[in-house]
Design a protein around this ligand. Sequence first.
Ligand code: PNS
Length: 338
Amino acid sequence: MPPGVRPTTDRVRESLFNSLGQFFDGGDVLDLYSGTGALGIEALSRGFERAVFIEKDARAVAAIRENLRKTKLADRAEVLRMDAERGLEVLDGRSQQFNLIFLDPPYRIAPAQVASMFCMFSRLRSRLVPDGRVVYESGDTPPEDSRGVSRRYGRTVVTVFERDELTLNIAVCPGSFDPVTEGHLDIIRRAASLFDHVVVAVGGNPRKHPKLPAAERGRLIEKVTEDLDNVSVEVMRGLLVDFAREQGAKAVIKGLRAVSDFESEFEQAQLNHTLYPELETVFIMAEAKHSFLSSSAVREIALFGGEVRGLVPEGILETVREIYSREDGKIQKLDDKG
Ligand code: PNS
């Protein structure tokens, strides 16, 4: 078995196809992250007409070809040796649609990859016939989403999505977060309850000189959003509209505190709308108790040794006190004490 390839056991395969049986009588199958191609080959042997396998590992590809040869199914199969992203681009140039898509990434999807995974789900939608299904094998935990029907087979969880379940509403919540405050966290939480997935984008306003590098600000946000399954954190370079497009986001979420925020937010929303009309800016009103809370106020209070408890999330209190009380702008890499 090539390294990084997780086998789909015979028992999982058997039960999976039995449960899928009712949906299909032929058609095309796409086996993405094919591994040794067991699922696609099983589909071919059960009456599917054609299969496309996408796998980047050379040894796995050799195994798929060998298995196809042995089962005499090679003339109904196409094997693309490339990563999934590139494979989808190749398929974008064709009209071929699939009745069944297997998605079995050989690794556990890390929180930072969840958004791109969801983005892939949305892309797969256009590759699927109207009553087609995407079958997602996710190791031992179901995807962090309420859609699809998940079944556990021993240590493997398999989720079957219908076509209409593949459109996910993703929002980007951008900011400098220098540092993240209780006010930011409240907005992120409320956004996470409205959207399927929220990507917190740690950006740089070129006019500001943040005290911490973006990656470190992002780590603090990851720490305080640990309990939110549908939130991931990314560093954003370049324009917000480009980042939102890459993430497959439909909306930008901004918190609005007082009237004083309005002018600059209105200007940014208008400019972003001009650059990317499909992207909506959605404002969430800050809670009254956060009306006067800002990162700049936190920085100033911390610098002069004032109390920041209640202004920043408890989990990063010590780090904020330590880092933001320093006069110099040179920050060492954070340790893990939070
Ligand atoms: O917390 P902030 O400082 O108000 O966040 C500002 C941020 C990062 C959201 C804004 O500067 C931004 O969107 N930066 C990305 C660059 C960009 O797209 N600029 C054009 C905005 S009209």
